[in-house]
Design a protein around this ligand. Sequence first.
Ligand SMILES: Cc1ncc(C[n+]2csc(CCOP(=O)(O)OP(=O)(O)O)c2C)c(N)n1
Ligand SMILES: [Mg+2]
Length: 369
Amino acid sequence: MTVGRAGRAGAPPRPVPDLPEAARVTGDELLELYRLMTAVRHLDQAAIAWQRQGILPAYAPELGQEAAQVGSALAMDLSRDFIFPTYREMGVARAAGVDMVQYMATHLATWHGGLWDPTAAHVAPIQAVVGGSVLHAVGWAHGQTLQASSVALGAGPAARARDGLAVALTYFGDGASSQGDVHEAMNFAAVFKAPVVFFVQNNGWAISVPTERQVAGGSVAARGAGYGIPALQIDGNEAAAVLEAARRAVAHARAGRGPVIVEAMTYRRGPHATSDDPGRYRTLDEERTDGGADPIARLRERILAAGIADEATLDARDAKAAAEAEEVRTGVLSLGPRPGAEMFDLVFDEPTHELQRQKSQWREESEHA
Ligand SMILES: Cc1ncc(C[n+]2csc(CCOP(=O)(O)OP(=O)(O)O)c2C)c(N)n1
Ligand SMILES: [Mg+2]
């Protein structure tokens, strides 16, 4: 049987190289992971309380996903790389240094998408369109390739190889992986070798639909083979494993070898959002069994067992995290309202006629101007 043009199919994906010894997670880094993960846990729990108290209209908790989020974000060089989150990545934003008052302002559900400056933080605004962040990341990453090749024309390939490419890290969920947008993004990224890490948090659920009912084949990582994208499937509840896998993926993309899929197997231990009641589609017993060991408890045990820090040191970090959540609450409460006209003013440098018309209409209706 002849294979015809199929015989010209591209080479199989080049495997993601192992991590050099020097890039392995150190004791200090385990402590840093613990510090950030406990800060995130306290903020996350607090945000649910703030929603119940009427401070935030809605919030999407990430209980149980702290290791996946903090571990992956710490692998980035945010002086040049860029993160594209979904609506559930508070832990990523915290680890990336985004101001948490400005971040939580996103959940005030006013017109703006958060008050931090994405271009300064290198963290894009949260994305509520499922799969949307993936497209943005691939577009940005392809831009890096184009820019690097035009720079290399002047600087020479040696300079380009030394510095490597800036890398996009995009987050999405198991549910999002069923979207057509994600297929197009992965195909494009593989064809053009875009420096992007596709970081999927497989948390077992897309709202009330379990992974086995919406991810054919059961694994997002397995799809990489079809695109020629190397993939790592990892224990997303082990912080050090996540950080190391993310470092490997980033190094691969930075070296110009193209995209990588990292599938972090984790579990959404809480509701989809503050408006959701998981009791309608899973039992508490199932939650306990499927959730496995708490990623923070696992990290704490590891730190104690290795003698990196003692109980008192870790307890002090917990207390600091609780105090931080209180400070953020005060900060959110003290935010004044933003002028509504910004909704129109900040869209384009030069507003279109249509936008100006909408702005006048809005002013007449809401401000009676
Ligand atoms: C394009 C689009 N379709 C549907 C929705 C409604 N929706 C919001 S979250 C969600 C489930 C997403 O699940 P997953 O990708 O696994 O992420 P997770 O919420 O588990 O973090 C859906 C269907 C949406 N926001 N955008
Ligand atoms: Mg999910």
